[in-house]
Every structure is written in C-alpha cells, then in structure tokens.
Design a binder for this molecule. Structure first.
Ligand SMILES: Cc1cc2nc3c(=O)[nH]c(=O)nc-3n(C[C@H](O)[C@H](O)[C@H](O)COP(=O)(O)OP(=O)(O)OC[C@H]3O[C@@H](n4cnc5c(N)ncnc54)[C@H](O)[C@@H]3O)c2cc1C
Ligand code: FES
Length: 358
C-alpha cells in the first residue's frame, strides 16, 4: 500500500492519548492547526482545476494519520455542509508529492458533488476514511479490458497512471463513455499514455452528440480487443452501466469485476410497494419504512444516522445484524431471510417486518 509517513507516537502524543479523549484533544488542537488531530485522518484542499464541462479536480494534502491507498481504490470523504457532516466516496489518484487528487462530477441536485464542484474553497478541511476496494492490479496480472462511464473513469485513471509508471506490463484496452465530448476528463493525459505505451489502447465514446452517437456498452463492438475471452474486465460507472456491462461480459471473459457509483433505477414490482415495520433493538424504536428504498435511505429519512461510507455495498461500513425478517439485495434482487445475519443497509431494502441490531 502506498502510504505517507505515519506519525511517530512521540512522547507528547502518547501522553495526550493517556490524558484526554481523542475528541477533546482534536477540539483544542484543531484550533491551533486545523490538521492537528490525535488519530483522525484529515486533509486540506490545496488546489482546484476544471476537469471537464461539469467536473473539477480537487487536490488535498492529508495529515500524517492517513494510511494511504492502492491505485484503483476509493476513499470516503467527510464534508461539512450547512453544519451537517456528509460522507461520500471518491476514487483518488495519489500524486507523487503525497497529495490526493479527486475528480468530482457535479450531479444535478447532488448535495456533496455540487458543493465540492462549485463551492469548496482552498483551505477547506475534509475527513478521510480508510481506503477500500478490490479493483487493483498486481504485478504480473493478466491483460485488462477497462470499461468506464462518466465519473467511473476516476479509478481507471489512477490504475493507468500506475501502470504507465510500471511500463505498461500487460495489454490494456480502455473504453470510456461520456454523453458529450466536453464531458470527457483526462483526454490529453490518456492519449499521451497511449502514445507512449503501444500495449495501451484508449477508446473515447460519446453517446449524445453527432449524427451517429457511439454505441453503449451492450451494443459496442469489442472485436478490436485481442483475446477478449482471456481478459480481466474491470467496469466502473453508474449502476445502469455496470448492470449492462455485467450482462454483456460475465461468463465470456477470464473474470469480470465491477463497482457501481450509483444504484440502478429501482423498478419494484407490486410486492415491493408499501411499508414494513422495522424494530431497532438497541434504541428500542419501531419505524415504518418503505419497501422500495434502501434501509439506509429509509432510516436517514426518519432521522436515524447509521455509520456509512460508499453507500454502494463496497466498503462494509453500514453492515448491521438483521436479527429477523427478509431483505432484498437492491443490486441483484436476491432475497435473504436467514436469522442473525449481517446486511449492508445501503444495498438492502426491507421486504417483511424486520428487527435490526441498531
Ligand atoms: C466507490 C465509489 C467511488 C466513487 N468515486 C467517485 C469519483 O471519483 N468521482 C465522482 O464524481 N463520483 C464518485 N462517486 C460517486 C459519489 O460518491 C457520489 O455519489 C456523487 O458525488 C453524488 O453525491 P451527491 O451527494 O452529490 O448526490 P446525492 O445528494 O447523494 O444524490 C442525489 C441524486 O443523484 C443520484 N446519484 C448519486 N450519485 C450518482 C452518480 N455517481 N451518478 C448519477 N447519479 C447519481 C442519486 O441517486 C440521487 O438521486 C463514487 C461512488 C462510489 C460508491
Ligand atoms: S456504506 Fe459502504 S457498504 Fe454500505
């Protein structure tokens, strides 16, 4: 794991750990320097540049508590907006000087992305969680087919920068879809990598422009990809894109891995309408939650704030014990009713009355 030098537990820190709680220490220390904390990884925004028509690249300098990441992983950022701390995941590129660059696409009506893309100012402090995600590429790995749509290009960019630095050790084809040409990010950089490394081919596809818009992932021809059946396929982008990519490639290639950045549109059947009763055994509360929404969103709408990170079933932060009842996996449609089982609240919808260990 690429990491920054961890802070040495020098005697003043060891003493502080014994003498005061981390929260109390942070309260006073951050009044002197906003990045000084006992344990909490924080980062300061040091630069912002336009990445495309609706995306901006923000560069953050982390404090010494951040444990680093591997290219292709994600990090949940905590941002305070209107006095409320909100957490969203982004896919940083670790730069040579130890800073983290994220490229944020502004989603219309999106609370955090619009704030980061339009309002966050230099000097802004965010919190960082531990990096997560398994779409990383080890030395000596098999040839790759990378599929990215919209902001799904961000982990691919981190992977390609790393592979370029390692001399492009395998065949790589990148297919990158955007609605319009000026929505594409990193065009010059990706073209420069392809020019410098004959084993890398980059395909830009624009789906809402011109007389003959590009085909989508389910209709694009991949005949140009050599030995497609032997490729490891990594796909990233909105939920609908990932679902279509999975249907197209799963079982036809050496392996298929995907990470969705948003849930696919929910089209629940009749049996998924209505509400159920969810009992929270620790707090003793019983709430009525809709069946056609994730448990996380339903709970948040009623003022309950379970810990969460990626909100897409990847980081496991929201895992909680379902003591009884049946839930539906929003991404696969699978139902599960085994008692005393861990469920991820962000990708589970209630199907029957439930008891949760919350
Ligand atoms: C592992 C992971 C890595 C991610 N990396 C990046 C990244 O590098 N860059 C980046 O810009 N985003 C990335 N995202 C998406 C990001 O976490 C947020 O979901 C996104 O910025 C929107 O947050 P918001 O608060 O603005 O929207 P919200 O206020 O949470 O949602 C507003 C509306 O937008 C929809 N929505 C949310 N996210 C998306 C999306 N990505 N595409 C389309 N509709 C969406 C929601 O369903 C909702 O209807 C990543 C997501 C995950 C799970
Ligand atoms: S918040 Fe990451 S798995 Fe649910």
């Amino acid at each position: 794991m690429t990491s920054l030098p961890a802070p040495k537990p020098r005697w003043p820190l060891r003493l502080a750990r014994r003498a005061v709680s981390p929260a109390l220490f942070d309260f006073w220390a951050t009044r002197v320097n906003r990045l000084w904390t006992l344990e909490q990884p924080l980062a300061r925004l040091v630069s912002r540049t336009t990445a495309s028509r609706d995306a901006v690249t923000l560069v953050f300098r982390p404090n010494g508590h951040w444990a680093g990441m591997r290219p292709g992983q994600h990090v949940s950022f905590g941002v305070t907006i209107g006095g409320r701390r909100l957490v969203r995941s982004y896919s940083p590129t670790l730069m040579g000087d130890g800073t983290l660059a994220i490229t944020v696409k502004a989603i219309t009506g999106g609370v955090v992305s619009e704030y980061l893309a339009r309002e966050a100012r230099i000097g802004e402090i965010v919190s960082l969680d531990k990096a997560f995600g398994d779409m990383t590429v080890a030395a000596g790995g098999e040839s790759l087919l990378l599929l990215a749509a919209g902001s799904g290009i961000t982990p691919m960019r981190a992977l390609l920068r790393d592979l370029a630095a390692r001399g492009m050790p395998m065949e790589v084809d990148l297919y990158y879809w955007a609605r319009q040409r000026d929505d594409l990010c990193f065009v010059d950089e990706l073209q420069a990598f392809a020019a410098a490394h004959p084993r890398l081919r980059v395909h830009f596809l624009v789906t809402r422009e011109g007389d003959a818009p590009a085909a989508r992932v389910d209709t694009t021809s991949f005949d140009a990809v050599e030995s497609l059946h032997r490729r490891r396929v990594l796909a990233c982008g909105p939920g609908g894109f990932v679902t279509a990519a999975r249907e197209r490639f799963n079982g036809h290639v050496a392996s298929f891995e995907a990470e969705a950045f948003s849930l696919p549109p929910m089209t629940p059947g009749d049996d998924e309408a209505g509400e159920v009763e969810v009992h929270l055994s620790r707090s003793g509360r019983t709430l009525k939650l809709p069946r056609n929404q994730s448990l996380l969103e339903g709970l948040e709408a009623q003022g309950v704030r379970p810990a969460n990170g990626c909100r897409m079933g990847i980081c496991n932060t929201c895992a909680c014990e379902r003591t009884s009842g049946t839930t539906r996996h929003i991404l696969t449609g699978d139902r599960s009713s085994e008692p005393t089982t861990q469920v991820r609240l962000c990708i589970s919808a209630p199907r029957t009355d439930l008891i949760l260990d919350l």
